[in-house]
Design a protein around this ligand. Structure first.
Ligand code: ZN
Length: 163
């Protein structure tokens, strides 16, 4: 388990040190949405371009905040680019389910038992590298850092279809 945690830490650190898809797309045509996590002070500006086939053509982020929020944002951009909106919604709910499961366990049990929850194999396949983020649930206050980019993405998708 320790080795796995090292691997997770490496994935997160890699995205923190070498963030993917940084910057801003011209808006319009991209939608521009801002996200904020007041608990930690994390801030993210997300620009999103959805093509006529309801696929994410491009997404860029810029912002500042803790390593979890920025890594998660980078991982999000890498995971959703060129995916259909329905795939992205599915992926987002898998990720949130993974984090929520832990959050609930944390509330009802001792900290120790909240650490080890099985993610279903199907979800694990879907999540890929994103599974590394499950490490943050050891620090419940960090869950909002990890989900910030994803909530901002969902908001941006809504903004796009409201246009
Ligand atoms: Zn944070």
């Amino acid at each position: 388990m320790a080795q796995l945690e090292d691997l997770y830490r490496e994935i997160i650190l890699d995205h923190y040190k070498n963030p993917r898809n940084q910057g801003e797309l011209p808006s319009p045509p991209a939608v521009r949405t801002e996200g904020h996590n007041p608990l930690c002070g994390d801030q993210i500006t997300l620009t999103l371009l959805i093509d006529d086939n309801d696929t994410i053509a491009d997404v860029k982020i810029c912002g500042h905040g803790c390593s979890i929020s920025q890594s998660s944002a980078s991982m999000m951009t890498a995971a959703v680019t060129q995916k259909s909106i329905s795939e992205v919604r599915e992926l987002t709910s898998s990720l949130k389910a993974m984090l929520d499961i832990h959050e609930q366990l944390f509330d009802s049990n001792s900290a120790e038992s909240g650490r080890q929850t099985d993610v279903s194999p199907a979800n694990e396949r879907k999540l890929g590298d994103l599974i590394a983020l499950q490490g943050v649930v050891k620090f419940p206050v960090r869950i909002k850092c990890a989900t910030l980019a994803w909530n901002t993405l969902l908001q941006a998708i809504d903004d796009h279809y409201r246009k």
